[in-house]
Design a protein around this ligand. Structure first.
Ligand SMILES: [Zn+2]
Length: 214
């Protein structure tokens, strides 16, 4: 059984009432303090009819998502705790904060399709690392800057996990947007910043200008 994300978070599973409405993208714009960033390969988050949470992932969830998140944390030297919501029919992934908790929403079927379409399993890991990256970097009022910050951390993570630079960039270049949207920079800029993160990680350097919270 699935339920709408708004219902799920309002039920108290993810956060207290009030803050939860910020999980919706439109509300995130109206209430700037509540961050919300989807991976948004195309034109950004629509939130319409595609907001279903199937379950909260336990630490050994069959999706493998919490295990990947733990490895990203470990490779980057962070100890963040996340609540991970497995979604369906979202065709996206998202990061938000509710009730003081760091939330990741991951549509696993979407990531499987992405891996298949792009031809590398690093695609799914890059999307997850991007969402983790939002939480590492902190949420910026400037959404383009916020997205590039998250992309930088995904490049950092993928190099440390053993991905090639090309594999780290593959997903965004295959299906990212040709042009800037209101929420996301174009795919070429994003791929450049993923490369920057990857290159820096290779020489064991972290550029803190991509982080407003650490
Ligand atoms: Zn993002």
């Amino acid at each position: 059984m699935t339920m709408k994300r708004r219902t799920f978070v309002s039920s108290g599973l993810a956060c207290g009432a009030g803050l939860c409405l910020g999980g919706m993208h439109s509300a995130a714009h109206a209430q700037k303090r509540i961050p919300f960033c989807g991976f948004s390969l195309e034109e950004g988050w629509t939130g319409r009819g595609r907001e279903y949470v199937t379950r909260e992932a336990g630490s050994n969830d069959r999706s493998g998502v919490p295990q990947i998140v733990r490895r990203i944390n470990r490779e980057l030297g962070f100890e963040y705790e996340f609540r991970i919501l497995i979604t369906e029919n979202e065709d996206n992934a998202y990061a938000t904060v509710a009730g003081g908790q760091k939330i990741l929403g991951i549509d696993v079927d979407f990531l499987k399709r992405l891996n298949r379409d792009v031809g590398t399993e690093w695609s799914a890991i890059q999307v997850i690392a991007h969402e983790v990256g939002h939480h590492i970097a902190g949420f910026d009022d400037d959404s383009h800057r916020g997205e590039l910050n998250a992309d930088y951390w995904s490049g950092q993570a993928l190099q440390r996990l053993g991905s090639s630079r090309d594999s780290a960039r593959a997903a965004i270049l295959a299906i990212g947007s040709e042009r800037d949207s209101s929420s996301h920079p174009n795919k070429y800029r994003r791929a450049d910043v993923i490369s920057q993160g990857w290159n820096d990680a290779q020489r064991n350097f972290i550029d803190r200008s991509f982080c407003i919270a650490c």
